[in-house]
Design a protein around this ligand. Sequence first.
Ligand code: NCD
Length: 502
Amino acid sequence: MKDVITTAQFTLDEVLNILEEAQEMVSCVRNQQINSFFYLFGLAKVALFFAEPSTRTLGSYKEAAERLGFRTQEISGKEATSLMKGESFADTIRTLASQGADVLVIRTKYEGGARFAAEVLARGGYPVSAQNAGDGANQHPTQALLNLLALKTRLGRIHNFIFGMVGDLKYSRTINSDLDILRLLHQRYKDIKIKAVSAPETRIEPYRKYGLDIEEGESLELLSDCDVIMVTRIQEERFVDPNELRRVRGRFVINRRVLEEVLRSDVIIMHPLPRREEISPEISNDRRIFMWKQMEFGIPLRMVLLRRGYLERKNDSYFSPDRPAKQKIIVEEPAEDRLRKGKERGKQEKYFRPIYEKGMIIDHLPFGMGDLIKRLIRQYAGLRGEGCIHTLEGVKRLSTGGRKDVIVLEGQYIPEEFYGIVAFVAPEVTFNVIEEGLFRKIKVDISGSTISKAFNCPNTFCITNNDPEAKPRFVVHNNGRVVVCDYCNRFFNREEILSNFC
Ligand code: NCD
């Protein structure tokens, strides 16, 4: 583990391994004992770059670093940095690395910011571990790990429970990270049930695809049989619509009555903190309130992550490179034969002009999309060869009688990496390539491939919309009906992406 970017990067075995090491650390921290991990890293440095407010995460990372013997450098508050002067996020990251950070802990409002930071460091050849201390409404992986460590200690198990969540299930990054861990646990143990209470709009839906059993509702009664409940603060700083904020604020409150009349008598109430009105002060000292104890796990857990990140800082990041669409050749024959057949079927001369020589016919584009795709090609494809490119609009489909657009490239080709982008816009597309007297008709499968650069992320808080060096990248699912931004991890459908052509 070089970087800590998202909880989804870990396998369950890695998570369990981290917990085991952290548990050893817990007793040392508690008893003020020193074990072999303490005060090891005398010359090494942990930089704490916090461009959003923090009490617990910053404080516990700092304490964890100092107990391990790291020197620390703290830059916190956007106002205190050159971000205010318009310096880019990437340049700030480079600066901290060049001042000698070995581990760089980052909190930012930009979703995908920590991941992008890890890429900036890797590309710049800096041997630095990047650790995500919260990136906007996206992820807070170290919080989710400490939550699990705390729960394991209190409950004595990490599965076979009903896990409740209440509060802000739309913008809370800790909830996203918790859900990633619950997904891992459920995949192995198959005995986790989730009950979620919030305003109707949440980001839970995609997790159902992993087989998680999630019951959603808008009443606290739903939580009556939960073993544990994770309460979260309404993330008011992330709301863009003040009316939406007004509707949700103060709506679900755990107070004495709820504790006595609705919830189980042995329920474990957790909260990442800070708390606002969602847990009323009158029950702060109730035995079921576990959040004070919970936060103590931040130091030992972060000690493990700092140590691991430091020791592996010279390794490669875990990010996968771009994955092109899979190609399948469905026809291969001499170009001459193809030409003859085309003529026999009465195809327009200009349609198969490349077949006389060399080039490409991009076929079966939806009627009316030809020009958009031509624009995409001109802007991004980096055409190979000299020649011309033209669109045939509304060509009659010989099979169905309907209409389609066709793009003809005479004497030139688009690079294969670009096939996936065209297929995303036009799922039925075929690429007819004529080279050295050979005709090949190719179809592509885009599921699991990545799409880079051509489309902006629709999420305005995504780092790709907030740093000129961060280029948008999506992973394609379900043959392009759904894509996930590789940075902010949000799901979008094809239409949302198509309206964001760069
Ligand atoms: C959380 C955060 O910053 O996401 N706090 C924390 O790190 N313990 C939760 C919150 O701000 O509500």
